[in-house]
Design a protein around this ligand. Structure first.
Ligand code: NAD
Ligand code: DAU
Length: 332
């Protein structure tokens, strides 16, 4: 394998993946990204021009995708509409990009017989009770709650069908909540970090008892490279780093690490249909492919993420006012 087509490579996890690939392999990368509100050219700054090329375009553009896929050895598909709150407000782009876009990519990899890795989420499994000892495994039935997670579930099922019916050489991974540098300020952790920088009180949905299973984006990247290298075609792998925390604890930690009182936040209107708890059992990936996360201490990973936002205000500042105005409209 010499070159990768990475869709959504100007977004949060996609750009972290491109940086990881450049640092840890000798592969070249073409990023296909529509540069929606969530994509940012600046996320690819500093990468070697001879190894990374950004092509601005839509994954639902069949002619463009067909040509690009024919010229690459493998496709890693990150591009998506990714934010639950947006999907509750307007589901339409979620159907177009997450379902139709994935279909277009699958038809191209089928025609050109290329390796395909599909990036998905633990949200396809729905949620768990707070006191349930269970965690999600590759056998957990699909039960998505939101327009976002249902379109991701639909895209996963398309991949499974294209593997079985047409022999497409695909793998799927379902990962838990990512944190780290270059995440859009609409998402929970960067929203609160940048609120604190701006002197705005952090905003906790409801009581904040909801649990997310946090993993550093760089660990997500190393897991995806491991699956591309050693994963069995047709298989699904769950990616997680045993990072369960409730939202209240995370907000309190951001405040503490910022030198503020840990109760200096506000409770705001809860999200409709808000999933209670996600938790990943990643034993299959660890035991069959030998992967392990490098970031085991959430507190120090979060502190480094806070530092990144403090040092890179030029990256997030242009998105901040517009994002908060949108949240005000949604009542959050
Ligand atoms: P993001 O919103 O930060 O980035 C998405 C990127 O896709 C953006 O650069 C955007 O411009 C691009 N894009 C959107 N529509 C496109 C289209 N039609 N054509 C081409 N490019 C398009 O998202 P993210 O948080 O980095 O998530 C990336 C992937 O990882 C998604 O598939 C998401 O479902 C999955 N995922 C995310 C998380 C998480 O915690 N953020 C966890 C598990 C899985
Ligand atoms: O589990 C993986 C998923 O994680 C990915 O598939 C999604 O793309 C990604 O956005 C993320 O989804 P969540 O809905 O869990 O992430 P979000 O950052 O929107 O919210 C995290 C938690 O924090 C959730 O319980 C809602 C809550 N929240 C969020 C915001 C923006 C707040 O309490 N306050 C906020 O201001």
């Amino acid at each position: 394998m010499r070159n990768l087509l990475v869709t959504g490579g100007a977004g949060f996890i996609g750009s972290n993946f491109v940086h990881h690939v450049i640092d840890h392999t000798d592969l070249s990368v073409t990023v296909l990204d529509k540069l929606t509100y969530a994509g940012n050219r600046a996320s690819l700054e500093g990468l070697p021009a001879e190894r990374v090329n950004l092509l601005v375009g839509d994954i639902a553009d069949a002619d463009l995708v067909d040509d690009l896929v024919s010229r690459h050895d493998a496709v890693v598909h990150f591009a998506a509409e990714s934010h639950n709150d947006n999907s509750l407000h307007d589901p339409s782009p979620f159907l177009q990009t997450n379902i139709i876009g994935t279909y277009v990519l699958l038809e191209a990899v089928r025609k050109h017989e290329k390796r395909y890795h599909h990036i998905s989420t633990d949200e396809v499994y729905g949620d768990l009770e707070l006191d349930d000892p269970a965690r999600f495994t590759e056998q957990t039935p699909y039960n998505p709650s939101s327009p976002y997670s249902s379109t991701k579930a639909g895209s996963d099922l398309l991949v499974r069908a294209w593997v079985r019916s047409f022999g497409v050489q695909a793998t799927i991974s379902n990962c838990s909540n990512n944190y780290g540098p270059r995440q859009h300020v609409e998402k929970f952790i960067p929203r609160q970090i940048t609120n604190v920088i701006d002197g705005i009180r952090p905003r906790l949905y409801g009581e904040g008892l909801n649990v997310r299973d946090w993993i550093h984006a760089d660990d997500h990247s190393s897991a995806v490279l491991t699956i591309l290298d050693k994963g069995a075609v047709g298989e699904t792998y769950l990616i997680g780093a045993d990072g369960e925390k409730d939202n209240k604890t995370v907000i309190e930690l951001i405040l503490e690490l910022s030198g503020l009182p840990t109760d200096a936040y506000d409770h705001v209107t809860d999200r409709a249909g808000h999933d209670l708890r996600y938790a990943i059992d990643s034993s299959k990936l660890r035991s069959e492919l030998g992967w392990a996360p490098a970031f085991s201490d959430f507190r120090s990973g979060l502190a480094a993420t806070i530092d990144w936002y403090r040092e890179n205000e030029a990256w997030w500042r242009p998105q901040k006012a517009q994002t908060e105005a949108k949240y005000q409209q949604l009542g959050h």
